[in-house]
Design a protein around this ligand. Sequence first.
Ligand code: DAH
Length: 377
Amino acid sequence: MSLGLGCPGGVRISKEGQIVASQLVTDLTKSIEACDTIEALEGVRVSIFGKKGILTESMKGLAQCSPDEKKVRGKELNDSKEILEALLLERRAVLSLSKIQEEVAKAWGDITLDSQEVWEGKLHPLTRTQERILEFFGSRGFHFAQGPQIETQDNNFTFLNMPDHHPARQSQDTFYLKAINPDKSNEPLLLRTHTSTVQIRQMQHQKPPFRLLSLGSVFRSDYDATHTPMFHQLEGLVIEKHIDMGHLKGILTDFLTYFFDDKNLKIRFRPSYFPFTEPGAEVDIGYSLHEGKVRLGGDEKWLEVLGCGMVHPNVLKNCAINPENNQGFAFGMGLERLTMLKGGMSDLRPFFEGDLRWLSHYGYMAMFKPLLGQGDI
Ligand code: DAH
């Protein structure tokens, strides 16, 4: 088939011929526009421009035309070619776009819809407190160790110089287990009531000098707005030859200033008693009340935040460390209390209730940073 524009068999092309030609361009335009897939369009393209295509055949037919006819018909053929090529290109672009849209729709749903609400994860405020504690003590040469939550009475009380009649041993404060200490007949194990047990484990495990920091859950039989049966403590222990109260005071002052991010924070060391320290102290920070809310700073009122002291010589002896050659300090504090003071929470119980509203209000954005102890990447 040809467009009827060439001169097959020497037939002269009449004026009518042009009408046939433009009719064919019109028809081909319709076929191109009717294509609804790229494959169908390719079929039409081949039928025009392929080896045996309409236009290819017509071009071949030009060879039989006289030079004058060749000029006129050649131009007509070229014009038709340009028109058809442009139409094919245009249709291909339209079909490609709709194909992409179809595929996108399959893969993503309707991309013109508003995006769905995404829940942004937050760090629990306690996790953030732990991170800050580890950052501070890690940078001062403390190593981190953990002890078990189920403990012996010796590690929780006796080795810490707590006499048999000490009130904390009473069952209304301590959770005793049915399980019996395998090394002592009839003595129940317990859930540790403080992380000071890790002091004992550290000193039994390794000889000084060392700087230990431990974080973990502890358990006491208590429940109200500021006490829960499980909470978290940190314990610090430094044993070296020449460690004294000055070092203790220095590091705790630096820590509290860093933690509460307040260079002017008022900090007070007040003598106190713990069976495992001599001397012992409690540390208070200054605050004032504004419309019933605690505002840190000033020294109008004082709030106790931690216990500390020089490790009692009996405790060193209980762990086979000679108190004549070694001394050191220890400190312990509740992470929830620190967190509540920093974050302005007044009730402890929601810390453990998993309410997303509370978590998204008090939680922290996770930051990307290398873990403690890992080298730079
Ligand atoms: N274990 C104490 C408690 O649970 C806290 C404490 C006080 C730890 C004094 C210490 C310390 O290491 O020296 O309340």
